[in-house]
Design a protein around this ligand. Structure first.
Ligand SMILES: Nc1ncnc2c1ncn2[C@@H]1O[C@H](COP(=O)(O)OP(=O)(O)OP(=O)(O)O)[C@@H](O)[C@H]1O
Ligand SMILES: [Mg+2]
Length: 283
């Protein structure tokens, strides 16, 4: 219990502007001990436009963390940085550290493919590969050296089941993925992400292009999946965050204004900006 409280305490207390080696070591060891993603004083600018400012947060494993904030505040940029998807953006400068399992995502010898195996990203709109339903899942496994058909079959079934779509596709695995509905395609993409055995799944408004039924289906999947994975979701829908978040991070103009357990944030927000955002004064 003590470690649980110290962990919660970390979530509240890591936002600071001073980048000391002690802070960096704390972030590194937190990520190692708690299997969390520890972000320490992350600063990001594009062409001298400061987009993320002194972001420090300990994102817990096996919980759902929702990142909320008004349009343009930097939510997607933060999520992309966790997956190193904006490395190649022209004019980008990134400072600070992000640790997962004690390993710095920006470390000198870190390979991007290695990071993407640990942290998978689901986009706003489903992006199935132009191949069969089966191959969409098997593709990543084949790249990782799994060739045996029987093993691939098991992996495909397991992950389609985990993503709650097996029953709907089990008799048409050879059909092109493009024939699936948008909601089914999003669950297929989730299955594809799960198939490489990540520790964390990131979703950038992963349900915003779906109808309410498909959206709820995915929300319920996230609730199940958090037993095994850390889940980080950017959402515009406060109701969705209310339904599924364990932890909430509120960002405004590139800075974390407040973060904490969902109950605390939604019921007793401390900061004026958080109160205004949650009550719809601005969106
Ligand atoms: N590649 C880029 N080049 C220049 N500016 C960028 C780039 N990507 C993001 N930005 C800027 O960074 C800021 C944050 O953008 P970001 O997409 O992270 O916001 P967001 O919080 O996800 O917004 P939304 O809720 O509308 O999706 C914006 O001002 C945006 O214009
Ligand atoms: Mg965005």
């Amino acid at each position: 219990m003590a470690s649980f409280f110290s962990f919660i305490n970390n979530i509240f207390c890591t936002n600071s502007v001073i980048d000391t080696s002690e802070e960096i070591e704390t972030a590194r060891s937190d990520s190692l001990k708690n299997h969390s993603i520890s972000v320490c004083n992350l600063n990001l600018s594009i062409n001298d436009n400061k987009i993320l400012k002194n972001i420090s947060v300990n994102i817990p494993n096996k919980k759902i963390t929702c990142i909320i904030g008004p349009s343009g505040c930097g939510k997607s940029t933060l999520l992309k940085t966790l997956n190193r998807l904006n490395d190649d953006v022209y004019g980008i400068k990134i400072g600070g550290h992000i640790y997962i399992d004690g390993e710095d995502l920006f470390g000198k010898n870190v390979e991007i493919t290695h990071i993407r195996k640990k942290i998978g990203l689901i986009a706003q709109r489903p992006t199935p590969l132009p191949m069969s339903i089966f191959d969409n899942i098997a593709y990543g496994c084949k790249i990782n050296g799994i060739r045996k058909k029987s093993e691939l079959k098991k992996i495909v079934e397991y992950n389609l089941r985990s993503a709650g779509i097996w029953e709907e596709v089990k008799n048409r695995l050879d059909d092109p993925a493009s024939v699936l509905s948008v909601g089914q395609q999003q669950r297929l993409c989730l299955a594809r992400g799960l198939a490489v055995n990540p520790k964390f799944i990131l979703g950038d408004e992963a349900t915003s292009s779906l109808d309410p039924v498909s959206s709820r289906l995915i929300e319920n999947l996230f609730i199940k999946l958090k037993q095994k994975y850390g889940i980080v979701l950017v959402t515009h829908t406060l109701r969705q965050a209310l339904r599924i978040a364990d932890f909430v991070v509120f960002i405004y103009m590139g800075e974390i204004i407040e973060m904490g357990s969902a109950n605390e944030m939604f019921e007793h927000p401390k900061e004026k900006l958080t109160k205004e955002y949650l009550s719809g004064v601005f969106s």
